[in-house]
Design a protein around this ligand. Structure first.
Ligand code: C5P
Length: 318
């Protein structure tokens, strides 16, 4: 099995083309802190965020082929376009162009991460594709070069190459690892019906800020980073924050009821994940997570509820 990448590893183990199928598992991300700054002239908002990879996974398998093709199973079948607009296909073309190899492979996606859910599922699939095809084609590109390609595909894609817990700046594409103490944090993830468009949620935040109805923006992530250095989930819970939450709630007011169920059931924190509509809840431990998950299921408000933990590795073969 290929070792996971962590910032600072070298890439020797990925050099050389593989003949057989390459299967890559990639996690979803949540944002422990999502501070949204002003809208830039390039259409992105300046971010200070803390990414955290959790144990909800998609899987991309790459096999040798004469053309580039994509099939899928699981979440979003029939909804997700499998043509050139798909981030997986775009990732394949971007890698092929950089590595100067023909874009030929048979790709298959097994999807668990919901579409437009605020968990960066599409970005995760793009990151998995880069890792899988890098190995299948034996491109010999270094990790930094893959991260550079990743940044052209989406703000969250570089983080999903690395996983763990990391600070994101710029528009989210500049990542550096957070040296948190080895600790497992327990989460409950509540999936909602339907997705929320990320640009729409950012646009709603801009509208609310212009109208003076948005909450005060988050301060720096210093409190969150110091909470991560401790082992107390209650301390972490008090430090979580998401500037996009008010905008997601404005577009989808019913999410407040889901957050309420978590609060009343004793979650240490209840918050919208990224641009939503997925909600995440911090538990004291796994047993507490099971109780929270049961309360959320019994509420009948969620399409699905899953326990998860973090931080986990980013896209990796195996
Ligand atoms: O980078 P990505 O393609 O995932 O971003 C999707 C959209 O989300 C952008 O086109 C933009 O409208 C919005 N966005 C933003 N500021 C960011 C990241 C994303 O406004 N930092």
């Amino acid at each position: 099995m290929t070792e996971a990448w962590t910032l600072g590893d070298d890439d020797d183990d990925l050099a050389g083309a593989l003949s057989g199928p390459v299967r890559v598992r990639v996690p979803a991300k949540i944002n422990l802190h999502l501070g949204v700054g002003p809208l830039r002239s390039d259409g992105y908002h300046e971010l200070h965020t803390v990414y955290h990879a959790i144990s909800v996974y998609d899987e991309v398998t790459a096999r040798a082929g004469d053309t580039l093709s994509l099939t899928m199973q699981g979440e979003g079948v029939g909804e997700l376009e499998l043509d050139d607009s798909n981030l997986i296909i775009r990732a394949a073309h971007a890698l092929a162009a950089t590595a100067k190899v023909p874009a030929q492979a048979r790709l298959h996606l097994r999807k668990t991460i919901p579409l437009a859910g605020g968990l960066a599922g599409g970005s995760a699939d793009a990151a998995a594709t880069l890792v899988a095809l890098d190995a299948l084609w034996g491109t010999g590109l270094g990790r930094d070069e893959l991260a550079r390609i990743a940044a052209t595909l989406g703000s969250d894609v570089p983080f999903l190459l690395y996983g763990g817990t990391a600070l994101g700046t710029g528009h989210g594409e500049a990542v550096s690892p957070v040296l948190a103490r080895a600790n497992r944090w327990h989460w409950v993830v509540a999936f909602a019906d339907g997705g929320l468009s990320t640009p729409r949620v950012y646009g709603e935040l801009d509208r609310m800020r212009a109208a003076g109805t948005a909450p005060a923006p988050l301060n720096s992530s210093d409190d969150l980073l110091s909470a991560l250095r401790q082992r107390d989930p209650a301390v972490l819970g008090a430090a979580l924050g998401n500037d996009l939450q008010a905008a997601a709630l404005s577009l989808r007011p019913a999410l407040a009821d889901t957050l309420d169920v978590g609060d009343k059931a004793g979650a240490l924190a209840s918050l919208v994940s990224g641009s939503g509509p997925t909600c995440v809840f911090l538990a004291r431990d796994e047993a507490h997570g099971a109780d929270l998950a049961q309360a959320l299921r019994e509420s009948g408000l969620c399409r699905g509820v899953q326990q998860a933990y973090g931080a986990v590795h980013g896209a990796r073969i195996g």
